[in-house]
Design a binder for this molecule. Structure first.
Ligand code: 6CS
Length: 343
């Protein structure tokens, strides 16, 4: 064997060994990350999760395994599993996180958020309260907050038509399990009934409760209109949600993987904004086509004012519950809102 053949053989062998070593490392580094959310196939949180998965899988060797509502329990269960490190990612809404992080209840101060979708979206993109202050609050609970995003405007559904706070007297309205949302419905004149999601349809069907609130797409996809057919548009808030990671898991990721996760969250955010655009109108159309029983009441400005007049007491309750930090967050929230509303 001449010298150059020998050299080629050695170099070839080294290259092969190196390639095998690199392949082995990348397989060893390729992980399957578990991600749970609170909704069903094709709902907003599921669409977000699918876009997140698509980005991660197209841009790395990692895989995302998505768990939908019910596969691992209720919303509080998937949060606990994430805090314990069993899950790497969880999508949980402030409606439930509010019992863990009281400041997250800010989304339940009625009439704080505008109704116009473009303004709401710009607020989520630009707000310092959302993008700088909230991550610190979540970090205290071992959570890396990746993104907060809106799902749709809140609509009340009832057993009877209603248009005033007086009409809500003695109505048992299901709320998500945070105390401030109960304060909102007390202020609106109703009797709030906190329940986890899994119990809502049955409770409406058996008249244990008289109504509930949710965005229209969810009222349609969950068939809530079948058992709670009178829709009331009060314009009092948006259903907001949040995607986060277990913080120890996130901190142990390489810089490259942390960037990948952040980029995936941003990619899914842009996609979900496109997805929710027009979704409420489409869902309302499906509902009215599917049922003759459904009534739709959209309050006018004067009627809305009767509900809005009751918002200050809820804001006071928020400050009582959260102290100086909550007040600081609220001030920043309002400043950020003013900035986007001015545009
Ligand atoms: O009302 C609820 O509890 C549920 N609503 C929506 C829109 N998503 C998940 C949540 O659990």
């Amino acid at each position: 064997m001449n010298k150059s053949t020998m050299l080629r053989k050695i170099t070839g062998a080294t290259t092969l060994t190196l390639a095998a070593a690199i392949a082995a490392t990348s397989v060893a580094n390729a992980a399957t990350w578990r991600y749970a959310h609170e909704e069903y196939d094709g709902d907003v949180q599921d669409v977000y999760a699918e876009f997140f998965k698509e980005y991660v899988e197209e841009n790395s060797d990692h895989q995302i395994q998505i768990f939908e509502f019910g596969q691992l329990g209720e919303s509080d269960d998937i949060m606990e599993q994430t805090q314990n490190g069993i899950l790497q990612f969880v999508n949980q809404s402030p409606g439930f996180t509010g019992s863990l992080i009281p400041e997250a209840q800010i989304f339940f101060i009625p009439y704080l958020m505008p109704t116009d979708m473009d303004t709401v979206v710009e607020f989520f993109r630009e707000s310092d309260a959302i993008n700088d202050m909230f991550p610190e609050l979540y970090a205290e609970k071992g959570l890396e907050l990746l993104r907060m995003y809106p799902e749709g405007e809140m609509v009340i559904t009832l057993d009877e038509k209603a248009s005033t706070p007086e009409d809500l007297q003695n109505k048992k309205i299901r709320v998500m399990t945070n105390p401030l949302l109960s304060a909102t419905y007390e202020a609106f004149g109703a009797t709030p009934t906190p329940l986890p999601w899994g119990e809502v349809y049955g409770a409406l069907q058996t008249n244990m409760i008289d109504g509930q609130e949710n965005p229209i797409f969810w009222i349609e996809s969950g068939g809530l209109y079948e058992v709670s057919p009178n829709l009331l548009f009060t314009g009092h808030g948006w259903f907001t949600t949040a995607i986060m990671a277990n913080q120890d898991f996130y901190n142990d990721l390489s810089e490259e993987d942390q960037e990948l996760v952040q980029e995936a969250a941003d990619y899914a955010f842009d996609k979900i904004i496109g997805h929710i655009d027009g979704l409420a109108d489409e869902s309302l159309e499906k509902i009215t086509e599917a049922s003759d029983e459904v009534t739709v009441t959209k309050l006018n400005e004067e009627q809305i004012q009767a509900f809005r007049d009751r918002a200050p007491q809820v804001e006071e309750r928020f400050i009582e519950m959260t102290g100086e930090r909550g007040e600081e967050l609220l001030n920043q929230f309002k400043e950020d809102l003013k900035a986007v509303q001015g545009n």
